[in-house]
Ligand binder design. Structure first.
Ligand SMILES: Cc1cc2nc3c(=O)[nH]c(=O)nc-3n(C[C@H](O)[C@H](O)[C@H](O)COP(=O)(O)O)c2cc1C
Length: 397
């Protein structure tokens, strides 16, 4: 099972003879599902080329803190924010010393200081260097600061010595990074989520829609990604930020959302219909802007295809969960929706309140299935989403 799915890992390669093993470390991290970017120190570049690491990582290799182009957008801060973990492997005695004294003298040390993610250090050097008091004091200091030290192996060294100092095998290094992250029942599972509001045009400048912001759906997306799921999002109109760690597909109308969902539903393990779709569309959309003429006008509406119900009809369909935005007879209406659509669960939202539901940053929901009726008390949409993901993991696998 992939356990670095959705994780962005910076591999910093420093000036140890074992730097020639770094492409293998990139590969093993990728095997576990990670996206890898490499920072190569000046010392590291004496032992392995940028080109090899670029070819293997499939990303530009970063090496220079004084890169005018990258620093136009504060490249070292961007890299620090991008990373979910920073792995320094092999870590030379020199870089360990710089890290322990809190220096920001090159790209690696600057990125480490600018980041709040976990840092892992895999020392590799001659056994006598590794046994030195200075190095050991430096490593103890890093350990006290919470760095994970991947202690070297015992064995024959490039210089001919035998002792402690050999870089740990690449597979074990990658596994140690993966151990930072909990494997959940969603790890490696494919999840399709719709979110936001669809719109239905009336004429070239007007449309029907609703107040959905997409915030609840996006909170679910973020939590599914954190739980290791491979997420596809079909989104309508939203007033929240997309997550770049998933496939994002834009849909304007309900018909477009229906089509995108149907094109992507195969091979999904879970489908969560969180979008507030327009159930009806305008029968005849005017090609010209409708002019005021002071008399009543009538707009005829016709029903759209029902995305949730249509997914439920698919053979071998994914676990399918719908949202119900209700304003009255909440539980009864939600239970009716569960039955009529034939889905596995309905997440009930009371959208009649001002302080939760649509547009708000908070929500309270009830998760209803044949066997469950779980109230999730009012909280931030992020926390509500985390609870929903936990309940899905506990009850639907
Ligand atoms: C041939 C050779 C091999 C080296 N091997 C190592 C090594 O395995 N580990 C280490 O800590 N330093 C080693 N060094 C010393 C480092 O390369 C040197 O301290 C360098 O400044 C480290 O660069 P960095 O700041 O990029 O880590 C070696 C130097 C040479 C010339």
């Amino acid at each position: 099972m992939k356990s670095l799915t959705n994780k962005n890992i910076i591999l910093a390669v420093s000036g140890s003879i074992a730097a020639y093993k770094s492409p293998d470390i990139v590969r093993r991290l990728q095997d576990l599902g990670a996206e890898v970017r490499v920072i190569l120190t000046d010392g590291g570049a004496k032992f392995i080329t940028e080109l090899s690491l670029q070819a293997i990582s499939k990303n530009k290799v970063h090496s220079n803190l004084w890169d005018n182009e990258a620093e136009l957008s504060m490249g070292h801060i961007e890299l620090a924010k991008w990373a979910d973990a920073i792995l320094i492997a092999p870590a030379s005695a020199n870089i360990i010393s710089n890290l322990s004294s809190g220096k920001a003298c090159d790209l690696v040390t600057s990125v480490v200081l600018a980041s709040d993610c976990p840092i892992l250090v895999a020392p590799s050097m001659n056994q006598q260097m590794y046994a030195s008091k200075a190095l050991n004091e430096n490593l103890s200091l890093l350990e006290k600061r919470g760095y994970v030290i991947i202690k070297p192996d015992y064995g024959e060294q490039a210089c001919g010595d035998i002792g402690l100092g050999r870089l740990v095998e690449a597979t074990k290094i990658a596994q140690t990074v993966a151990e930072l992250y909990t494997i959940t029942k969603l790890t490696g599972k494919k999840v399709l989520i719709t979110l936001g509001a669809t719109i239905e045009p009336i004429d070239p400048v007007r449309f029907l829609s609703n107040y959905s912001s997409g915030k609840m759906g996006m909170a679910l997306v973020n939590n599914c990604i954190d739980a290791g799921a491979i997420v596809t999002v079909v989104y309508g109109t939203i007033s929240t930020q997309l997550n770049e760690k998933c496939i994002n597909i834009k849909a304007e109308t309900t018909a477009q959302m229906h089509q995108s969902v149907m094109e992507n539903i195969k091979e999904q393990d879970i489908f969560i219909a969180c979008a507030a779709v327009c159930d009806y569309r305008v029968k005849e959309v005017s090609n010209e802007k409708i002019k005021r003429n002071n008399s009543n006008i009538k707009i005829e509406l016709i029903p759209n295809n029902d995305i949730l119900a249509d997914v439920c009809k698919i053979n071998n369909r994914p676990i399918t969960i719908g949202f119900a935005a209700e304003t009255e007879r909440l539980i009864i209406n939600a239970k009716n929706k569960l039955k009529s659509k034939g889905c596995d669960a309905i997440i009930l939202n009371d959208v009649s309140k001002d302080d939760s539901g649509f547009q708000s940053d908070e929500n309270e929901v009830v998760i209803i299935s044949d066997k469950l009726e779980i109230n999730v008390a009012k909280n931030s949409k992020q926390k509500i989403a985390r609870k929903i993901v936990e309940i899905i993991c506990e009850n639907f696998f």
